[in-house]
Design a protein around this ligand. Structure first.
Ligand SMILES: Cc1cc2nc3c(=O)[nH]c(=O)nc-3n(C[C@H](O)[C@H](O)[C@H](O)COP(=O)(O)O)c2cc1C
Ligand code: SF4
Length: 429
């Protein structure tokens, strides 16, 4: 249990000029890394225990170690800055407030995996972030931190900021690579994995913004420093994004393993006069939790043991005034809209989930409809081509598990019990 924050990536966010090179410093970690053997850099990241911050939690150093060496092919680093999962809102403020941590991390990572070209694939709608990234990259080139012979080490690196067109599926790493190559973004069959045949069929590392931005601090302070935070298998710190019915929503950087109860204490609790009803531990693709789960350690193992996933630590908090059926409908509409259409279970399943949920939310459904949505979700989960389909089933299964009564209440009263025209609260029925 921990009650303290560990600001590292967020340490300078209060400074009005935090995004400038003057405020950030001289890329001392990159200078140090470029004086090391590239394999020693990979080993340091392995020793730190850093696991991917994009959702799946794959060990970062191990991923880098999969890049074949001496293969004569170009290697690429692609940073996944597509951040589009409902509730996830950490990479965008990170790139706005501290873009140089990302650029420095890119230099260190590219050196370690022997890549001389790197890309930041950023979500197209966030024009303010794209501008800021361009400015940071320009500053780094002007200082000689990018380009040729960086720090006199003989290492060359070109960094390109590429904006997508705003599709959630382009955050899936292989769809992202297709999009970056100029094709329609749809997931590729794996294997081969990107480490073997990624961008332009060459060995490629795809990592999340926060994963890469964490690397300079590991090189600067040492693997043991990082591994000294967090829990046994989920090391280090991460940004926890609290949104929704919270007194002080925002980004709380803390060791993995902190609980929602502790985070809420720091965030001033649920908004005044209300109680927590349900919440997502890691975005809408992770099964919802309730007030029973306030003391679950927010690390990969702790959340998994209770039937959900840590995901992107996007803690969306909903109080007792929220209709769970309406919330699940909204998320499902998102998945149906963002389904890329490549595979039948997800393309058709999300469409039909949306239709049945609409009926349920209006109070026009029957108990059979609950069986139907569970059945549709069962036919998507594990049968879809990529994890978007699986993610779409999380709100369905978990909401029916915890809030079956609330679904039933909708067709008992022939409408939404939270609709002011029907009744604001069940107690008034
Ligand atoms: C539909 C979908 C959307 C995703 N969106 C993102 C995203 O926006 N950012 C991200 O880093 N990972 C996203 N991922 C996960 C990536 O496929 C990949 O696992 C991740 O970029 C790896 O980086 P990491 O190991 O540093 O976490 C998404 C996955 C899926 C299935
Ligand atoms: S699961 Fe959905 S998003 Fe993924 S490939 Fe199939 S249709 Fe496309």
């Amino acid at each position: 249990m921990t009650t303290t924050l560990t600001p590292v990536l967020t340490a300078n966010w209060d400074r009005p000029d935090s995004y400038t090179l003057d405020a950030y410093g001289e890329y001392a970690a990159a200078k140090k890394a470029l004086g090391m053997d590239p394999d020693a850099v990979i080993q340091a990241v392995k020793d730190s225990g850093l696991r991917g911050r994009g959702g799946a939690g794959f060990p970062t150093g191990m991923k880098w170690g999969f890049i074949p060496q001496g293969d004569g092919k170009p290697h690429y680093l692609v940073v996944n800055a597509d951040e589009s999962e409902p509730g996830t809102c950490k990479d965008i403020p990170l790139m706005m407030a501290n873009p140089h941590a990302l650029v420095e991390g890119i230099i260190i990572t590219s050196y370690a995996i022997r890549a001389s070209h790197a890309f930041i694939y950023v979500r197209g709608e966030v024009l303010h972030v794209i501008r800021r990234l361009h400015a940071a990259v320009r500053e780094a080139y002007e200082k000689g931190y990018l380009g040729t012979d960086i720090f006199g080490s003989g290492f060359d690196l070109e960094l390109v900021v590429h904006s997508g067109a705003g599709a959630y599926i382009c955050g899936e790493e292989t769809a992202l690579l297709d999009s970056l190559e100029g094709f329609r973004g749809q997931p590729r069959l794996k294997p081969p994995f990107p480490a073997v045949a990624g961008l332009y069929a060459s060995p490629t590392v795809v990592n999340n913004v926060e994963s890469i931005a964490s690397v300079p601090s590991i090189i600067a302070n040492g693997a043991d420093w990082f591994a000294g935070m967090g829990t046994e298998k989920s090391k280090g710190f991460g940004i926890f994004s609290l949104s929704g019915h919270v007194t002080r929503p925002g980004q709380y950087e803390a060791p993995l393993g902190i609980t929602l109860r502790e985070l809420l204490d720091m965030a001033g609790g649920i908004r005044a006069g209300h109680q927590i009803k349900f919440w997502t531990p890691g975005g809408s693709s992770t099964p919802i939790f309730t007030d029973e789960h306030l003391d679950v350690p927010l690390d990969f193992e702790g959340v998994g043991a209770k039937g959900s996933m840590l995901g992107t630590r996007a803690l969306q908090i909903f109080d007792e005034t929220t209709c769970v059926v309406r919330t699940v409908l909204r998320w499902t509409e998102f998945y149906a809209h963002e389904s890329c259409g490549k595979c039948t279970p997800c393309r058709e399943g999300t469409y039909w989930l949306k239709q049945v949920l609409k009926r349920l939310e209006k109070g026009q459904g029957t108990e059979d409809d609950l069986t139907t949505i569970t059945d549709i979700a069962d036919n998507i989960l594990g049968r879809s081509f990529c994890a978007l389909g699986d993610g779409a089933t999380s709100p369905i299964h978990s909401s029916v598990k915890y809030f079956r009564e609330e679904y039933l209440k909708h067709f008992e009263i022939g409408g939404c019990p939270f609709d002011p025209k029907k009744s604001t609260l069940w107690g008034e029925q």
